[in-house]
Design a protein around this ligand. Structure first.
Ligand code: COS
Length: 384
């Protein structure tokens, strides 16, 4: 079990572990769209599934700075498994901060150990960026709620042990939404199509169907009507983890392209020595370093209890847009070789694309940032 205070030690240990366990299967799992829950358990045994969860509940109790540092290492080997770790972390951050003692005791130790898998179910066929327009309902019936609806693009759909489901308990809009814990084996829960994705192909993305799913009232997280804020808080944290994943992908692509450019010779010299290639690599490296600093800044502010939503959004925009640019350039540096599956750069390029979309599109991140700037300009309330 990793437990070192020093994030760099922890990151190095995680890097070796991931290279040894995820490295050999990353290509194959992408090619066959195969997810191996046993690898999540293996990561969990090392403490890597509950990095931000308090030690009292089996986590490492790291702040988000440590979490982001280690997640970058997982992502540099497999973005799919990094996203799995991030997603199984979402119910954990929600329960750590907002759950009851009973909810924490039931779910957190297993999730933090990687023995249980968590999922986050907000999006619906008609409700993506406009999350507050969701139509899945949770109707009170005696001591229970009965959930009815369908959730789309759910990571770990069909394999999760617990889903945090946002459903409507009241009027339209954000204040009518509540959050619920739904066990993976709840009667009435079923699973639709598994999406065939461009990237993150080792991570299962599945429709979750709730048809009369009955949960006790104590499965609700927070009060009725607080579910939208629960989801938004979780997404603020999640955006840091997606940003850290992007840094890992971009770093791996930069390192691979740089190595290639030192070995590949054309016109009698390594292609790195051509300024057109060398400058490309330099720009890629700049993007990686700048992204990481922004991710760490957002994480550091979160750890200090300072407002950080806008910085999480900035980190997500900068690092995922950078990862897209960097991986595209990595393919370019490798030329024909880069476009083929013999090298991982094409996989990283496909993986980077979805990071610009998940946990809120980068257009939504810009909306969050612009609103923050507006508040700051009007009354200083956005100042942080
Ligand atoms: N933390 C806590 N509460 C928040 C919050 C945050 N980061 N952001 C908003 N809220 C609260 C607001 O304070 C407001 O509460 P009150 O009504 O009590 O004032 C409420 O939530 C509604 O906020 P807002 O008016 O900003 O809601 P909008 O409908 O305009 O939506 C966006 C805001 C667009 C930012 C939100 O819908 C969003 O993030 N969409 C993207 C969804 C997403 O990321 N999906 C990915 C799913 S996982 S792949």
């Amino acid at each position: 079990m990793f437990g070192a205070e020093d994030h760099r030690d922890l990151a190095e240990a995680a890097r070796s572990f991931c290279e040894a366990t995820l490295g050999p299967v990353a290509e194959e799992d992408d090619a066959h769209e195969r997810f191996r829950p046993e690898l999540i358990r293996a990561l969990g045994e090392q403490g890597l599934c509950g990095m931000a969860t308090p030690e009292a509940y089996g986590g490492l109790g790291l702040g988000y700075l440590g979490y982001a540092t280690v997640l970058e290492e997982i992502a540099a080997v497999s973005a799919s498994y990094a996203v799995s770790v991030a997603v199984t972390g979402l119910p954990q951050v929600i329960l750590s901060e907002l759950g009851t003692d009973a909810q924490r005791a039931r779910w957190l130790p297993g999730l933090a150990a990687g023995e249980l898998l968590g999922a986050f179910a907000l999006s619906e066929p008609g409700s993506g960026s406009d999350a507050a327009s969701l139509v899945t309902t949770a109707t009170r019936d005696g001591d229970d709620y009965v959930l009815q609806g369908s959730k789309y693009w759910i990571t770990h759909g069909g394999v999760a042990d617990v889903y945090v489901v946002m459903a409507r308990t009241g009027a339209g809009g954000p204040r009518g939404v509540s959050a619920f814990l739904v066990p993976g084996d709840a009667p009435g829960l079923s699973f639709g199509r598994k999406e065939r994705k461009m990237g993150l192909r080792a991570s299962p993305t599945v429709e979750v169907i709730l048809d009369g799913v009955r949960v006790p009232a104590d499965a609700r997280i927070g009060a009725e009507g607080e579910g939208f804020a629960v989801a938004m808080r979780a997404l603020d944290s999640g955006r840091i983890t997606i940003a850290a994943t992007a840094v890992g992908v971009a770093r791996a692509a930069t390192a691979h392209a740089t190595r290639y450019a030192t070995e590949r010779r054309q016109f009698g010299k390594p292609i790195l020595e051509f300024q057109g290639v060398g400058f490309m690599l330099a720009d890629m490296a700049c993007k990686v370093e700048a992204s990481r600093l922004l991710v760490h800044q957002a994480a550091w502010r979160r750890d200090r209890g300072a407002p950080y939503s806008h910085l999480a959004a900035m980190a997500k925009v900068v690092s995922t847009d950078s990862a897209m640019a960097v991986t595209t350039d990595a393919v370019q540096v490798l030329g024909g070789y880069g476009y083929c599956q013999d090298h991982p750069v094409e996989r990283w390029m496909r993986d980077a694309k979805v990071l610009q979309i998940v946990e809120g599109t980068n257009q939504i991140q810009r909306l969050v940032i612009a609103r923050h700037l507006g508040r700051e300009a009007i009354d200083g309330s956005g100042v942080s």
